[in-house]
Design a protein around this ligand. Structure first.
Ligand SMILES: Nc1ncnc2c1ncn2[C@@H]1O[C@H](COP(=O)(O)OP(=O)(O)OP(=O)(O)O)[C@@H](O)[C@H]1O
Ligand SMILES: [Mg+2]
Length: 314
């Protein structure tokens, strides 16, 4: 899994003009790039529609070859809580920008921050307003405290349209020299609902089979294989979280399964494994909770990892 090049990175647009859809966002950002200044921003919306991509492209256009020095990306859910705000983010925000008037802090999944961490973030935003702009990415803007919301220009990212998905998939297909059926584009849209990360992963997974047709795409995503799920659950129940996580990522990335597919597979297998009835009931409750979160737009990787961690605690 480590030695394959992920198309989600290989084909991530480097410039704002290469982004598909999100025209309402791109237009305003391009105008700000011309002026050379941006406000604090919130990027709210579902997974895989360009939030991180656009923040990166923006930094590259504003800062040119100094973008790395002036741009910091942090994922709030990796390092939830107040320490990341007081440490990493503050340390970056308070040093002078290099060759430009300001630097950018990009905080992914900022709705994972606790309220205290959000308060600390607000203070940091105020204190270093002169030299630092913040871009906060989240699924739901309502999970961010009001004083931060009111300091940001809020952009609502939309699910991409069938045409947007087709555009982008065609780009990859041309560059990779794929044989792809016209019906496949529609299938990619229908399977993913406009999430380009998932679409790209499925396309990559299916490309190994030769010609890409709607039928093959549906086959690729049809269902998690019961034996894979069973192995993952046995592994995590034996206390080996690291390997179970690897198996999870293999299903999500190499096999291109969606979070829903995997969680449905887990639900089915939970009746097969040898555990007490009490534990079974408990786990089913957790499965239901995480299925709901994924359905509401939570990141499948993170939600499923969190679900697995419940198995290990038992
Ligand atoms: N609007 C878009 N235009 C071009 N590519 C896109 C767009 N949206 C997503 N992609 C592609 O999908 C993948 C994921 O995109 P990105 O990281 O920007 O998603 P995101 O919105 O930040 O999702 P998440 O909420 O999960 O972090 C990348 O490979 C990127 O190239
Ligand atoms: Mg992102």
């Amino acid at each position: 899994m480590v030695d394959i090049e992920l198309w989600t990175e290989k084909y991530r647009p480097q410039k704002l003009s290469e982004v598909v859809g999100q025209k309402h966002v791109i237009e305003r950002l391009m105008a700000w790039v011309k002026k050379g200044s941006i406000p604090n921003m919130m990027f709210a919306g579902p997974a895989g529609v360009g939030k991180t991509t656009i923040a990166l492209a923006l930094a590259k256009e504003l800062f040119g070859n100094q973008w790395k020095e002036n741009f910091q990306e942090t994922n709030a859910s990796d390092e939830r809580g107040i320490n990341v705000v007081r440490g990493k983010i503050k340390d970056f925000a308070r040093t002078m920008p290099l060759g430009h008037d300001f630097k950018i802090v990009f905080l992914d999944e900022s709705d994972a921050l606790t309220p205290e961490a959000q308060q600390a973030l607000r203070r940091t935003m105020e204190k270093y307003a002169g030299v630092c702009r913040f871009i906060l990415s989240c699924n739901y803007s309502s999970h961010i405290i009001e004083p931060i919301q009111s300091r940001c220009a809020v952009f609502r990212f939309k699910r991409l349209s069938e045409n947007d998905v087709k555009d982008y998939m065609q780009r990859i297909a041309n560059a990779e020299g794929l044989h792809i059926d016209d019906s496949a584009y529609k299938a990619l849209y229908e399977i993913t609902g406009g999430d380009l990360r998932t679409a790209t992963n499925i396309l990559q997974a299916t490309s190994a089979l030769g010609k890409i047709t709607a039928e093959r795409l549906y086959e690729t995503v049809a269902q998690a294989r019961p034996e894979d799920i069973r192995k993952m659950l046995d592994t995590v129940l034996s206390g080996d979280f690291k390997n179970a996580r690897q198996m999870l990522f293999d299903m999500l990335i190499n096999q291109g399964l969606s979070g829903e597919d995997v969680i449905k597979g887990i639900y089915r297998q939970v009746f097969e494994i040898d555990i007490s009835e009490e534990l079974r009931r408990d786990l089913i409750e957790k499965i239901a909770e995480y299925e709901f979160r994924i359905d509401q737009g939570g990141s499948p990787e993170i939600q499923l990892e969190a679900l697995l961690s419940h198995f290990i605690r038992k």
